[in-house]
Design a protein around this ligand. Sequence first.
Ligand code: NAI
Length: 327
Amino acid sequence: MGKEEIAFFDAKPYDKEWFDKYNKNYDIRYYVGRLRPENAKLAEGAKAVCVFVNDDVNEKTIEILSRLKVEVILLRCAGYNNVSVKTAQKRGIKVLRVPAYSPYAVAEHTMGLILALNRKIPRAYIRTRDFNFSLNGLMGFDLHGKTAGVIGTGKIGRVFIDICKGFGMNVLAFDPFPAKIDGVEYVSKEELFTDSDIISLHCPLTKETHYIINKSSLELMKKNVLIVNTSRGRLIDTEALLSALNEKRIGGAALDVYEEESGLFFEDNSDKIVTDEVISLLVSRPNVIITSHQAFFTEEALSNIAQITLENFDDYLSGNELKNEVK
Ligand code: NAI
């Protein structure tokens, strides 16, 4: 019998490198395009599809996968807001994910963004490349003694809290399932918005968290607050954020994710006319830093992602307990 096939969508060179390194058992067909109803037919003959954060695994896609007898959706990420899990369940298709691959990667990138934004490191770098050694406009503030507001105190949020404590920051947190964490005070969302100097999002995208940063929450915040989002784009109403930036009601924003990132992020658009006005304006602001959903992007994380994704499929085929099933 031939090897089981995996149709692997939104494949990038780095995905292929790490999956080829660990794959011994399967025939992986790499497709550059993101999975969506229009190209789901490519999964024909495969028992599993492997997808990432911006594949559109909606009801329609899953109906097609079901007709093609695909049995498993292998998410090579933690978040699953882009998959209609209900439809998959109805069709008997298992959804398996990688719940944790490196909380350190994301938490460290988050602090990197804060430092870059607060101390204006990208601006300083560009200046000194042109022998401009002026400090005008580069002033930041000490993190020591300031307050970090952390929304979502799961795996990544907790590592980020440890990093903040290392900087001598006070930490406020909001999470519907508070944990016992030394030196962290759980408060209401409103208190967190009002009292924080830095607000960092580490919760999943759900109905409750959709646009958790919006016009009214922005109105509660301190004038110099820095907002950091390394979770999911739709946690922030980006137009409301842009208005707050334009009206100088907040200090700045660092975004590793963007609500309209699909089709834009992970790709080189430098030769194209990007018609998304909101991102174009954000990119042009001196107090905004954008990275392209790269917080997870470390060797350790990619190695874990490849191994756990393949193990999830091994478990399914061997009839083992599916510890990483999305239910
Ligand atoms: P986790 O599941 O360990 O923690 C999530 C926390 O959010 C939990 O404590 C949960 O109780 C809390 N939460 C749920 N609903 C909430 C609400 N309404 N308000 C506040 N908190 C709420 O997840 P983990 O591993 O810490 O990841 C967090 C998020 O980070 C993921 O959902 C994903 O969106 C994002 N992520 C981003 C990456 C990137 O490269 N930028 C990579 C990996 C994850």
